[in-house]
Design a protein around this ligand. Structure first.
Ligand code: FES
Ligand code: FES
Length: 163
C-alpha cells in the first residue's frame, strides 16, 4: 500500500500528513513536520527519548505508526512551553541542572508532564517509578528527580494561589 493522508493534531494545530502505513510517528514528526523535540535514541522502545503525549497518555513515538494516531491529539515538548514562556518543568530542569547533554530531556519533560497530571504530588519513589521508562546516560537521575519534585511543588503552589 502506498502513502495515505492522515489528519493529526500536533501541539494544538491540525496537520494533514502523508505517510506509508508502516511509517513510525517519530519519523512523521521529525522529518515531515520538522518537530524535532522528540529524539530518536534506540528506536526499540527502550530509551524514551521519543516520548510524546497522545490523548493524555505518554507514548514512545517510535512504537506507533502514524496511521494509528489518525484523529488523535499529540503533544510534544514544543507544545508544553516556549523559551519565552517555559513550562514549570522546563524551568525546573534548567534551575536544578536536570540535564547534561540534553538528548533525553524532551522525552523526560514530556513524560514528567503526564506523570504530574496523573499524580500532582508524587513522592520521590513515585517519580522514580513513573520515569523508569526514560533513560539518561549522563545525569545519574538525581537532578532529574529533584527537578520534577520542584516543578510539582511550584505547580501546586500556583494552583493554590489561584484558588
Ligand atoms: S527512540 Fe523511542 S524509545 Fe528509544
Ligand atoms: S542528559 Fe544526556 S542522556 Fe540525559
Amino acid at each position: 500500500m502506498g502513502k495515505q493522508h492522515y489528519q493529526i493534531t500536533v501541539n494544538g494545530e491540525p496537520q494533514d500528513v502523508l505517510a506509508e502505513p508502516r511509517e513510525l510517528l517519530i519519523h512523521t514528526l521529525r522529518e515531515q513536520l520538522r518537530i524535532t523535540g522528540p529524539h530518536i535514541g534506540c528506536e526499540t522502545s527502550h530509551c524514551g527519548a521519543c516520548t510524546v503525549d497522545i490523548d493524555g497518555r505518554s507514548v514512545k513515538s517510535c512504537t506507533v505508526f502514524t496511521a494509528q494516531v489518525a484523529g488523535k491529539e499529540i503533544t510534544t515538548v514544543e507544545g508544553l512551553g516556549s523559551p519565552d514562556a517555559m513550562h514549570p518543568l522546563q524551568e525546573a530542569f534548567r534551575e536544578h541542572h536536570g540535564l547534561q547533554c540534553g538528548y533525553c530531556t524532551p522525552g523526560m519533560i514530556t513524560r514528567a508532564y503526564r506523570l504530574l497530571q496523573e499524580n500532582p504530588s508524587p513522592t520521590e519513589e513515585e517519580v522514580r517509578f513513573g520515569m523508569a521508562g526514560n533513560l539518561c546516560r549522563c545525569t545519574g537521575y538525581q537532578n532529574i528527580v529533584k527537578a520534577i519534585l520542584a516543578a510539582a511543588a511550584e505547580m501546586n503552589a500556583s494552583k493554590e494561589a489561584a484558588e
